[in-house]
Design a protein around this ligand. Structure first.
Ligand code: 13P
Length: 256
């Protein structure tokens, strides 16, 4: 089976809507149509930018797919300050990151929360990018594989067969996020292979189909070797996604 790689730019809480328009326009100039032939590319701006970015993507017929960084698990209701998956779907968002480690650690999201968000994202015909990853302490204690397995099983527990197949999982070791330290190719490949086996054990056939991204200090200089790994099908990029040149070079990893 050939899995189409997915390169995603997670802008986190950066870029106001004016800056967001500029960034996506610059990305549009930096990438040619053929750069999108073998990969899918998503951009995940903050909620307040999504409508502006959507308008630019539409007007210029860009090939980027629109993503969000989070959502609530309910469609509507008294949840002050939250954003519904149905609202995102209306703005042509097609991928939603759920369970990013910053949300797990800074906002106390549990595997159960992440599982209900993943179900809610699919219910609105979007695809979740479910993030998992161990902390440095967990890795040093030798628990990384067990922790990640528990996160995968817990976060995907509500999904149906075809959803487990079309899903995206992002392996983002917490110690590699925003630190400039990237997991070694062997560590990244090893954990992504483990994740694939766990998904396969949940649903026969899904392991082969699921796309698994690596995230954590991905840059143009390490994208090619990471993406060459058998079980790595893309990248979830933070800091380097805020610079149009860097992100474009990561998207073009196969040409470098
Ligand atoms: P960095 O690429 O800045 O390490 O961030 C990774 C990340 O958290 C993407 O979701």
């Amino acid at each position: 089976m050939t899995r189409v790689p997915l390169i995603s730019g997670n802008w986190k809480m950066n870029m106001n809507h004016f800056e967001a328009i500029q960034l996506v326009q610059k990305l549009g100039y930096a990438l040619a149509k053929h750069d999108f032939e073998k990969v899918n590319v998503t951009v995940h701006p903050p909620f307040t930018d999504i409508r502006s970015v959507q308008t630019v993507i539409d007007a210029d017929r860009m090939k980027f797919l629109l993503g969000a960084q989070n959502c609530h698990s309910e469609i509507s209701g008294a949840f002050t300050g939250e954003v519904s998956p149905a609202m995102l779907s209306k703005m042509a968002v097609s991928y939603v990151i759920v369970g990013h480690s910053e949300r797990r650690h800074l906002f106390s999201e549990t595997n159960e929360d992440v599982a209900s968000k993943a179900v809610a994202v699919y219910a609105q015909d979007m695809t979740p990018i479910v993030c998992v990853g161990e902390t440095l302490e967990q890795r040093e204690n030798g628990n990384a594989r067990e922790i990640v397995e528990t996160q995968v099983r817990g976060s995907l527990s509500g999904l149906k067969k075809n959803q487990l197949e079309s899903l995206v999982v992002a392996y983002e070791p917490v110690w590699a996020i925003g630190t400039g330290v990237t997991a070694s190719v062997d560590d990244a490949q090893g954990m992504c292979s483990h994740i694939r086996h766990v998904v396969e054990s949940m649903q026969t056939g899904a392991g082969e189909a699921v796309r698994i991204q690596y995230g954590g200090s991905v840059k143009p200089s390490n994208a090619t070797e990471l993406m060459a790994c058998d079980d790595i099908d893309g990248a979830l990029v933070g800091g380097a996604a805020l610079d149009s040149e860097s992100f474009a070079r990561i998207v073009m990893y196969q040409e470098s």
